[in-house]
Design a protein around this ligand. Structure first.
Ligand SMILES: CC(C)(COP(=O)([O-])OP(=O)([O-])OC[C@H]1O[C@@H](n2cnc3c(N)ncnc32)[C@H](O)[C@@H]1OP(=O)([O-])[O-])[C@@H](O)C(=O)NCCC(=O)NCCSC(=O)C[C@@](C)(O)CC(=O)[O-]
Ligand SMILES: NC(=O)C1=CN([C@@H]2O[C@H](COP(=O)(O)OP(=O)(O)OC[C@H]3O[C@@H](n4cnc5c(N)ncnc54)[C@H](O)[C@@H]3O)[C@@H](O)[C@H]2O)C=CC1
Length: 423
């Protein structure tokens, strides 16, 4: 195929912008938006930089973790997520709030090897452990100033000829992807020189973050869960059943975990983290027992509903986007987190609170009342209301009891007709 835009990256910014605008119907208006969000700081951060894509940031409140109250910056386009996080956090805020512990905070990488005699590779690695760890650490010497660096190497057979050399690293306050990748590539070259009969296929960190685990546990009194039509005990029982269903049905578990990630991603993005790494780690962990399962477990214990979750939170407090996104640093200050382990515990706790709010809504009034109550503003904007019209249109819409786009459009038109009539 004759690729029209091949070499796009070789043009200067204005030429690239013209090529992009050539594809848009209302190019003049679009250019105003693109120009308005342009920030030259970012042209050296990603390739073919065009402009900044905006996502709203808000603050969730009421989250208490290990006796400390947090403000949580959250970046999300989804209405009701921040309200739900504050809601779930409030329910879990008594008795010291959520108790969180970091089980371990390490990063792993793998070098994929191919050998007709895997046992000789195993023997070599066993005998040369310390040396391989040293090679890894020498590739990023500064790591030793603030962390333990590479700690161990171990072989794992994948089939008759392929094996993985797993390297475990303490990357300190960083997420560690680039640090680990440099180490792995150094070990890879070393092995290529050392082992004549071994083919080295590739070397890369793994996002299977089973060494970056956090455990969170929180409880709320059953009394607090009561609604106008249901006792707290029944609500608690139903939440517990909902978490059980997410353990036995992967179809439900997928949505259950999406609800947890509503909060986790929003906080992780606000704090400057790689959310693709988090997503892949979490979903891989959810299937670790051979079946995709919900990550939380809610049980009634006496007068309380108690929730628990163990989850991988591979994030960094230093490095990556935290170095370049000004808001990431500001958000660390808003949250008042001062190291990666505190941030891991905070983010995991957000997930637990988010899940409680979602499950409570689901087993009581359903998701639509609370969620749509807040989502309706976005729907009204999406259907053409201006910022000044939103509040009044939402009020008129509430009287119809509906929020489909046809009704919204009708209500906006009626509102405008009425406004014109009254000058
Ligand atoms: C939406 C609420 C909170 C309303 O809930 P409500 O009962 O109308 O709220 P309330 O007036 O009783 O307020 C309770 C607390 O919620 C917070 N809150 C309440 N309103 C606001 C607001 N405007 N802005 C900020 N915070 C708010 C606030 O902390 C408040 O405490 P208060 O300050 O009143 O003492 C509730 O219905 C809820 O938590 N729903 C869950 C919503 C949710 O999970 N949304 C995500 C989108 S749906 C989805 O993607 C995931 C899902 C559901 O599919 C996952 C799954 O299936 O498991
Ligand atoms: N599969 C994946 O998830 C991959 C992710 N990435 C990307 O890699 C980036 C994260 O890589 P990192 O190595 O974490 O960041 P980084 O490349 O910014 O490295 C962190 C830097 O901080 C320095 N540093 C200073 N003080 C430190 C301390 N106390 N602890 C640790 N390091 C300290 C380190 O020496 C290092 O140079 C993210 O942008 C991520 O998106 C890159 C490749 C693959």
């Amino acid at each position: 195929m004759n690729l029209k835009y091949n070499g796009f990256y070789k043009h200067d910014y204005l030429t690239r912008l013209d090529l992009v605008l050539g594809r848009i119907n209302n190019a003049e208006n679009s250019k105003v938006i693109i120009d308005g969000n342009y920030d030259s700081k970012f042209k050296n951060i990603i390739e073919n930089y065009l402009t900044n894509y905006q996502l709203p940031e808000g603050i969730a409140t009421n989250l208490v973790v290990n006796d400390r109250e947090y403000m949580v910056p959250m970046v999300t386009e989804e209405p009701s997520v921040i309200a739900a996080c504050s809601n779930g956090s409030k329910l879990l805020s008594d008795n010291g709030g959520i108790s969180a512990t970091v089980i371990s905070n390490l990063v792993d990488g793998q070098i994929i090897l191919k050998s007709k005699t895997p046992e000789t590779v195993e023997q070599y690695v066993t005998e040369n452990q310390a040396n391989l760890v040293k090679v890894a650490n020498l590739s990023h010497p500064s790591i030793k100033n603030y962390a333990r660096g590479a700690l161990s190497v171990a072989t794992r057979r994948l089939d008759g000829q392929y094996m993985s050399l797993d390297v475990t690293v303490d990357a300190g306050e960083a997420m560690g992807a680039n640090i680990v990748n440099s180490m792995l590539e150094a070990v890879k070259s070393y092995l290529q020189d050392e082992l004549a009969n071994v083919e080295v296929l590739m070397a890369i960190l793994t996002n299977d973050s089973h060494h970056a685990l956090v455990k969170v546990k929180g409880k709320t009194s059953l009394n607090q869960l009561s609604t106008r039509s249901m006792s707290g005990k029944i609500v608690g029982q139903k939440i517990s059943e909902a978490s059980y269903i997410a353990k036995i049905d992967a179809v439900r578990a997928t949505t259950h975990n999406k609800g947890i990630m509503n909060g986790i991603d929003a906080a992780a993005i606000a704090l400057g983290n790689d959310w693709r790494a988090l997503e892949s780690a979490v979903h891989s962990f959810a299937v670790k027992d051979g079946r995709y399962q919900g990550l939380t477990d809610w049980q009634i214990d006496d007068e309380y509903l108690v929730g628990e979750m163990t989850i991988p939170i591979p994030i960094g407090f230093i490095g990556g986007a935290t170095r370049v996104l000004p808001l990431a640093k500001i958000n660390q200050e808003i949250a008042q987190v001062s190291d990666s382990e505190q941030e891991m515990m905070l983010i995991a706790s957000v997930g637990l609170a988010q899940n409680l709010a979602a499950l409570k809504a689901l087993v009581t009034e359903g998701i639509q009342r609370g969620h749509m109550g807040l989502a309706v503003k976005s729907a009204v904007i999406a259907n053409g209301a201006t910022p000044d019209e939103v509040e009044k249109v939402v009020k008129m819409l509430a009287k119809t009891g509906q929020h489909d786009s046809e009704t919204i459009k009708k209500v906006i038109n009626n509102f405008r007709k009425e406004s014109n009539k009254h000058g």
